[in-house]
Design a protein around this ligand. Structure first.
Ligand code: CDP
Length: 223
C-alpha cells in the first residue's frame, strides 16, 4: 500500500496523445517547480522494446514478466525514442497485466514528498487521481505529425510525414479505444490545445494552469 500524497505536495499530471507537447511541458514544469519528473511513456516503451528483443514477439505473459522485472536504469536507452518503440509501447500498453505491473512504481513516484510531475495517458485518471494540477495537452493530428516527424528526423530516422501521421492516427485510436486505462481527459483536467502555440507559449499557458490549480486548492479544505 502506498501512502496518500502529503497535503502540501504538488503533484502535476500531464496527459495527452502522441506528440502533443506533453513531454516538453512536463519537463519545463519540473524545472520551474523543482520537482522530479517521470515520462511514463518510457516505461511502456522499455517493456515493448525489451520483450520484442528477448522473445521476438509481444506475448502478454512475456510482456508482463518484463514489466515486473523492469529496471528503471533501462529508461535512459536512446533506442526507446524511435518510431518502432512507440508502436511497441502502444501495443503492450493495452495489456492490463502490463499496466498493473507498472502501477506501483508510478504511484510511488507520484507521492514522494514535495510532489512530482508525471506525463502519460492515465496520470490524472488512474495513477494520481488526487493530483493538485491536471493538464490534458492536445494538438491537431497534422500538427502532431509534423512535430514528431521533425523529432524523428533529428534522431536520424528517415520516414515520410504521411507515414508519421498514419502512425499517430493508429496510436490515437488504439490508446483511446482500449479497455484498460484508455486515453481520456480526466473530468477535472484543464484542456490545453497547443496547435497554434510555440513551445514558450505552451509552457507559459501550462504554468498558468498550474498556478490557478494551486490557488484554488489552497483555498479549499483538502484530505
Ligand atoms: O511521446 P509519445 O506520446 O508518442 O509516446 P509516449 O508518451 O512515450 O507513449 C508511448 C505509448 O505508451 C502510448 O502510445 C501509450 O499507448 C502508452 N502509454 C500509456 O498507455 N500510458 C502511459 N501513462 C504512457 C504511455
Amino acid at each position: 500500500m502506498i501512502a496518500p500524497p502529503a497535503k502540501d505536495a504538488l503533484i502535476i499530471a500531464v496527459d495527452g496523445p502522441a506528440a502533443s507537447g506533453k513531454g516538453t511541458i512536463a519537463q519545463a514544469l519540473a524545472v520551474l517547480y523543482r520537482l522530479p519528473s517521470l515520462d511514463t511513456g518510457l516505461l511502456y516503451r522499455a517493456v515493448g522494446v525489451l520483450t520484442q528483443r528477448r522473445t521476438g514477439a509481444l506475448e502478454p505473459a512475456d510482456a508482463e514478466w518484463v514489466a515486473r522485472s523492469l529496471n528503471p536504469g533501462a529508461l535512459g536507452d536512446p533506442n526507446l525514442r524511435t518510431r518502432e518503440a512507440g508502436e511497441l509501447a502502444s501495443r503492450v500498453a493495452a495489456i492490463p497485466k502490463v499496466r498493473s505491473a507498472l502501477l506501483e512504481f508510478q504511484r510511488a513516484f507520484a507521492v514522494q514528498p514535495g510532489g512530482a510531475v508525471l506525463d502519460g495517458r492515465d496520470i490524472g485518471t488512474v495513477i494520481a487521481p488526487d493530483a493538485r494540477a491536471k493538464l490534458f495537452v492536445t494538438a491537431r493530428p497534422e500538427i502532431r505529425a509534423e512535430r514528431r516527424w521533425r523529432q524523428l528526423g533529428a534522431q536520424g530516422e528517415r520516414v515520410s510525414i504521411e507515414t508519421v501521421l498514419e502512425d499517430i492516427r493508429v496510436r490515437d485510436q488504439r490508446d483511446s479505444g482500449r479497455s484498460a486505462a484508455p486515453l481520456v481527459r480526466a473530468e477535472d483536467a484543464v484542456l490545453l490545445d497547443t496547435s497554434e502555440m510555440s513551445i514558450d507559449e505552451a509552457v507559459d499557458a501550462a504554468r498558468r494552469i498550474v498556478e490557478t490549480a494551486r490557488l484554488s486548492s489552497d483555498s479549499q479544505p483538502r484530505g
